[in-house]
Write a protein that binds this ligand. Structure first.
Ligand code: SF4
Length: 360
């Protein structure tokens, strides 16, 4: 059996069984699956790679995620908030390198009022020709509305795992249904939405990995950040095994096959695994890279997972390295904003999305 024979034409019809067949195929012939995903990537979104400049403007977080170095309980890191001046300087640097998207990321930092973030977005949009992705966690609909009105284009909110029980275990005080509700709110407000998951979480099953991909399909997300679980030494999950690169590439490839026009980053977490991992991800369906423009003075304090590859690289090193890699791979850097490439024919009601996910 090959990939094409497993795939069915109507995208809404993907189910556990179809996905399980794809996973089986990957078990027996991973190179063929990765190759097929790469071919789909080429046909659907081309050879361009979109660079999104990430600025981690605050590492304060009120949440308690067991896997994350920024969790509120971790007293070993110094907390910081960049000044507006520092943020604008970082945006300027990214723009100087030709980047057309800025990702503003932070923990769930309740210090900021929605209007503070809105002013930041407005200033950046007024002075720089860039798209803005926000990645600042779960907030009320009203805040999402304010930020969208201020000019935010996209929102990244990874669901991390589609297993509602595991989700609650790993993210104490939170639940999957609220996360999905936020993603649906964001979609309703006209954001291009991104989700994503970790691969190799303690307690994760094949069924829940399949559900990760199905959930993203049901939500019709425009971006997906998929990376291996990497245990952080200052979290309760120290001592757990890390997710494997092979498994992560498999999920990446299957996501490309199931959501052909999606923007898929070769995430920093993947690139952290080894020197060749970024190239392998780009050959398995990825078409986005997110270079880090957070000032070097604080970058080592934004450590969700350990040994982030980009901690020591300055923007020049990082962009030059990317250019060299992409040239070797005959891939080009996109000069566009890299908005979602979408076939807008498929979306489900909230009830349908909830079915099987988070309804406890
Ligand atoms: S994963 Fe996000 S929400 Fe959870 S502790 Fe880390 S920064 Fe906070």
């Amino acid at each position: 059996m090959n990939v094409q024979s497993i795939l069915i034409k109507e995208p809404g019809n993907f189910n556990q069984e179809n996905l399980r067949q794809l996973f089986d195929l990957a078990e027996h012939n991973l190179p063929s699956l990765l190759k097929y995903a790469n071919q789909i990537r080429k046909e659907q979104v081309g050879d361009e790679v979109h660079l999104r400049g990430i600025i981690e403007f605050s590492n304060y977080c009120s949440c308690h995620c067991l896997y994350c170095g920024l969790r509120a309980e971790n007293r070993k890191i110094s907390r910081y908030r960049l000044t507006n001046q520092e943020i604008f300087q970082s945006v300027q640097t990214a723009v100087n390198y030709g980047l057309k998207t800025i990702v503003l990321q932070s923990g769930e930092d309740r210090f900021y009022q929605p209007e503070d973030i809105a002013r930041l977005i407005e200033f950046i949009k007024k002075h720089f020709d860039v798209a803005i992705t926000l990645s600042v966690g779960e907030h009320p609909h009203q805040s999402y509305q304010i930020w969208r009105n201020a000019g935010a284009d996209r929102y990244l909110l990874k669901h991390e795992t589609a297993d509602p029980i595991l989700y609650q275990k790993l993210r104490p005080g939170k639940n999957l249904q609220d996360r999905i509700e936020c993603l649906l709110d964001l979609k309703d407000l006209g954001y291009q939405i991104g989700s994503g998951n970790m691969v190799g979480l303690p307690g994760q099953t094949l069924t829940s990995l399949i559900d990760d991909v199905l959930l993203m399909k049901k939500l019709n997300v425009e971006m997906a950040g998929i990376g291996p679980f990497l245990p952080h030494p200052d979290t309760p999950l120290v001592g757990s095994s890390a997710g494997s690169l092979t498994e992560t590439l498999k999920i990446l490839a299957i996501t490309r096959i199931i959501l052909p026009t999606i923007h898929l980053p070769a995430t920093t977490a993947i690139s952290t695994v080894n020197d060749d991992a970024r190239r392998l991800a780009l050959e398995s369906g990825a078409n986005v890279i997110m270079p880090n423009f957070t000032p070097l003075t604080v970058r080592d304090q934004y450590v969700i997972y350990p040994q982030k590859i980009d901690i020591i690289e300055d923007p020049e090193q990082s962009v030059n390295k990317l250019k060299k890699l992409l040239k070797e791979m005959n891939r080009t850097i996109s000069m566009s904003y890299g908005h979602a490439v979408k076939i807008k024919t498929y979306s489900l009601t909230k009830k349908e999305v909830y079915h099987g996910f988070g309804s406890q």
